[in-house]
Write a protein that binds this ligand. Sequence first.
Ligand code: ATP
Ligand code: MG
Length: 424
Amino acid sequence: MSSKITAPRGTQDILPPISRDWLDLEFRIHWLAGRFGYSEIRTPMFEATELFERGVGETTDIVEKEMYTFVDKGDRKMTLRPEWTAPVMRAAIEHNLFAQGPQRLYYVGPIFRYERPQKGRYRQAHQFGVECTGYRGPDADFEVISLAWELVRGYGLTDAQLRLNTIGDEECRPRYREALIAHFLPHLAELSPDSQRRLERNPLRVLDSKDERDIALVRTAPTFESVLCDACREHFDALRAYLDAAQIPYVVDPSIVRGLDYYTRTVFEITSSVLGAQSTVCGGGRYDGLVRSLGGPDVPAVGFALGLERFLMMYNAMYPNRELRRFGVQAIALGAQARAMLVPLVDVLRRTIAQPVFMDYEDRKLLAHLKIADRNNARFALILGSDEIAAGELVLRDLETRNDRRVTLGAAADVAGALAEMAP
Ligand code: ATP
Ligand code: MG
């Protein structure tokens, strides 16, 4: 006996009927992104490790501990994509997209991070995200936040909270670094080892710490508000005015700094109380220096990444016992002769009506077939037995209302017409 092989730790198989939720969400994402004028980009699942080291930042959790890195047979150091922004920008630079002017790109797909698996935290997860490049003003910040919020709002996730902050630019950020170092340095020994190490190189990262040893000191840290330069303040105020006018509710949360090194000015998160410790479903902001730091032109950008697992967790917590809507037709043949007549009809229906047509090919009693119809969540049963054959008819039963209709045997168009009338 060989031992059973299971899925790798921290990964999930997505099985029916849950896969339906994924498909619906992805469909909604493609539709919504299209509405906002975004086009899809797909990049390789692995990239040169250096891309993430430069594009994500060497003091981040991702680069310090979470990357799936391997050496390929050509001795190249490769990493499974832990996030999409660096690859998207790499591709845009490589294919000269920035020469054409502003870009609106979105992506949906897996990311890989070597994390400790727990609720809402996996080693393979999936993200939807957008990147809007070429605009320095707050209009683009508003656009991407509005897009993320519309996805949340459209799903009725009423417990979601938008948290907003600004972390300045090259003019005021140095002042903030100084203020933070002055705040934390006297307490250096009380900080977590990660934060001790990061304080000198990137004190903002200390604010993002989830370590209990850091939390009290983080709470009393100075806010960016106190050092913000005029241009950054104007940008932030204009963004807030847009959000207010659009009636998108938010709170300003000075502790939001985001994990990645490349952010400037606007940062935001969407959080939810139902997610527990992993409370952030979406994180984003502006990163005006990233494209240049990856060897591209001086192009500003703003975007977000949203975790699909956490999004669906919120949806399931909000609507736990939702009933699947019955949809489709279960074709039921009672006996071999009926089956031989029904199979060709089913084949025509599958090409002509806009709903699924199910059929089971075993000899079973009507009741067993109806059970299968329930399992398929079919709305209708299309029944053919010996009595019906004799009468030259089929029975079309609405499994929701229990109404029966008789339709001419053999005429797919009649079945389609009756379906349209019974469930308009
Ligand atoms: P966290 O603080 O929870 O570690 P993060 O700052 O690392 O999140 P981002 O890199 O900003 O997350 O990714 C954006 C979103 O992607 C997160 O808000 C989350 O919804 C999702 N995400 C990130 N890592 C994982 C993971 N390991 N498992 C599931 N979802 C994830
Ligand atoms: Mg993380």
